[in-house]
Design a protein around this ligand. Structure first.
Ligand code: A2R
Length: 307
């Protein structure tokens, strides 16, 4: 059987399908030249030294849509397929974005604590919150997930605008400048890929443009937002709220961010439901099994699509 290197955890269902087709090796015990296939995830990816040492590698199958932890251009140059799991998680990540936005607006965490602490009985009604209706929502990265977010915002009568490198064939207003868009937005939702081209593109200037009544939601990668500048903006009140599923050095989250009342913090659970993770796991395995069958893969990343 061909040799598969496993990086990071896999579910029992994935393991059951893989172990009948591959000899599975763990990172602490494998012979690099034997490995033809790798299974990994968006966080761990494959580091460059490891990729160089795998001289007979043919496929890197990633569990997740983001693949910024793999050098896909280098893989393509070597004729190695990199695959990911697009589409099957669109709705779930979009739900997470909405959950963060609504929790910021309606202060669900504060009000939950209000009930649990008994404050409702002793202090009376909780302070009023903000309505999430009729907001101008800027989507940074109107791709597969960005579009799902826009769809899910319809019942809140949102005015959708967006920024990406290229204008899309959609009816929403396009901004070619992120800061200009942030000036016009109540909410900015980040859903671009990570990597060098988006590194800290949500900077101090963008956050100040979003302003004291603005809300930043990040369900993309921690690297997209300048975290130090965000903490300062939230502390100073130059930006109002932040709902975050991702962080620069996750799972480490700065204490300053944890201390702020105007944040909602999730442990990178954008796609983390039983149903969606099962679909992602199935596609991750399908890519590997397809390659064994006929040398093709199902969902190659764009850099490897021509292989
Ligand atoms: O820039 P465009 O026109 O290629 O649009 C893409 C946009 N995007 C960017 N926008 C602004 N500045 C950039 N440097 C930049 N790079 C890419 O992000 C496109 O509208 C969007 C990505 O959409 P998809 O490729 O369809 O990705 P999907 O499946 O929506 O997932 C997005 C990300 C993943 O890469 C993970 O990091 C995260 O969501 O879970």
């Amino acid at each position: 059987m061909p040799d598969l290197l496993q990086i990071g955890g896999i579910t029992d269902a994935m393991q059951a399908r893989l172990e009948v087709a591959f000899t599975i090796h763990q990172l602490d015990n494998f012979e690099p030249e034997k490995i033809t296939h790798v299974i990994t995830n968006g966080h761990d990816g494959v580091n460059p030294d490891l990729m160089t040492s795998l001289t007979n590698l043919k496929v890197i199958s990633g569990y997740g849509v983001g693949y910024d932890a793999v050098d896909a251009n280098e893989a393509a140059r070597r004729g190695i397929y990199v695959t990911h799991t697009p589409n099957v998680l669109n709705e779930e990540v979009a739900t997470t974005a909405l959950l963060l936005m609504l929790t910021c607006y309606r202060e669900a965490l504060r009000d939950d604590a209000y009930v649990r602490s008994g404050a409702w009985e002793t202090k009376g009604n909780a302070p009023l919150t903000r309505s999430a209706e009729n907001q101008t929502v800027g989507i940074l990265g109107l791709g597969r997930i960005g579009q799902a977010i826009a769809n899910k915002l319809a019942p809140w009568n949102a005015n959708i605008v967006y920024h990406s490198r290229n204008k899309k064939d959609v009816s929403y207003t396009y901004y070619d400048n992120l800061t200009t868009m942030a000036l016009d937005c109540d909410v900015l939702i980040c859903i671009t890929p990570g990597g060098p081209s988006t590194n800290k593109i949500v900077n101090k200037e963008v956050m100040e443009a979003l302003g004291p009544t603005g809300t930043l939601i990040n369900v993309s990668r921690g690297s997209v937002v300048d975290e130090a500048a965000m903490i300062e903006a939230l502390q100073m009140g130059t930006m109002g709220w932040a709902g975050l599923d991702v962080f620069e050095a996750e799972p480490s989250v700065p204490q300053a961010l944890r201390d702020l009342p105007n944040t909602v913090l999730l442990p990178h659970v954008g796609s983390a439901t039983v149903e969606t993770r099962a679909a992602m796991g199935a596609l991750t395995v399908d890519n590997l099994l397809q390659h064994l069958k006929d040398g093709n893969v199902i969902s190659a990343v764009p850099e490897c699509a021509h292989l």
